[in-house]
Design a protein around this ligand. Structure first.
Ligand code: NDX
Length: 255
């Protein structure tokens, strides 16, 4: 496989367009899974959350791994590029092989699972194809300020995201499906602490790779889970009379 000129900008632009579509569709009405499903039209079929998240996220790990295996020789140079690939793989290893097996979430709608899987194939291909076949970094990219600051942001965001997912999980006993007020960590300041972490993480990745595909994905993440954080926040304010009034939706002290 070779790097086709024009393919990466075209796929990245389409991802940007999908982000805007996502924003226009889900700014007013939340995407219909989790706490926003029962108040809206019920999805026809569902799959247990563990199975659904595993299947949905698997392509984001598998597609770049396959692209790497197809490359001859199957290794990446320079070190900066290798590390960037590892960051993407590391996140999706967690999201595919760890997160689903601990989740206590409700069954996930099949229809969204289908679109979510398509999205993960698309994005896994775009990020993997760019990093494995097209990216060109200088040998000292690891010491570039963009790489180091982006890496720090990525790690900070990932830490917040994993910690917040853990706090959410601890709100329920196994088999429980009720909603409670999240407490602790960044939830002290925002309703969407896990989403805040994920957004910081992917903007960190975009800065570290300094690439169009990664910025397009960070933008998509913002347009996808930013509105969802806002809908979660409204849900909490409506549902719990004792919900902390100082808590914001997504960005501490701001929004
Ligand atoms: N999956 C990313 N668009 C998405 C699935 C939906 O990873 O057609 C985007 C992802 C997909 C979406 C994906 C892409 C766009 C799609 C969309 C569906 C339609 C849309 C395909 C791929 C589409 C167009 C038209 C443009 C093509 O019962 P429960 O499940 O609510 O329980 C929850 C529990 N919990 C609580 N428990 C007790 N008390 C409370 N108060 C609780 N609040 C929550 O915690 C869950 O078990 C768990 C987490 O819930 P929640 O709602 O906070 O997070 P969730 O949205 O489930 O995300 C889980 C993690 C989180 O860390 C988040 O950052 C990350 O996944 N994520 C999620 C979505 C997208 C994404 C990351 C990204 O874009 N990077």
């Amino acid at each position: 496989m070779q790097c086709l000129p024009g393919l990466v900008p075209a796929l990245s632009s389409l991802l940007g367009a999908l982000a805007l579509l996502q924003l226009s569709l889900y700014l007013r009405v939340p995407s219909r899974y989790g706490k926003h499903e029962e108040r809206l039209a019920r999805a026809r079929g569902r799959l247990p959350a563990r199975c659904a998240w595993f299947l949905q996220e698997l392509p984001s790990f598998l597609v770049p791994a396959l692209l790497l295996a197809l490359r001859s020789p199957p290794r990446l140079e320079p070190l900066g590029c290798r590390l960037l690939c590892c960051l993407f793989g590391w996140h999706y290893f967690y999201r595919t092989f760890i997160y689903p097996f601990f989740t206590r979430g409700r069954p996930f709608p099949l229809q969204l699972l289908f679109f979510g899987t398509l999205f993960c194939i698309y994005n896994g291909f775009l990020q993997g194809y760019y990093l494995i076949y097209c990216a060109e970094y200088p040998n000292d990219w690891c010491t570039d300020i963009r790489f180091t600051s982006g890496l720090l942001l990525f790690l900070l965001g990932m830490g917040i995201n994993i910690h917040s997912d853990l706090l959410l999980r601890q709100l329920r006993k196994p088999g429980e499906v009720t909603y409670k007020i999240p407490q602790g960590g960044l939830f002290t300041y925002v309703s969407g602490a896990n989403y805040f972490g994920e957004i910081v993480e992917w903007f960190g990745f975009a800065i570290a790779t300094w690439s169009l595909p990664a910025f397009a994905f960070a933008f998509f993440t913002l347009c996808c889970i930013g509105p969802r954080a806002y809908h979660h926040h409204r849900y909490y304010l409506k549902t719990f009379t004792d919900y902390p009034k100082s808590r914001k939706a997504l960005i501490p002290f701001v929004f």
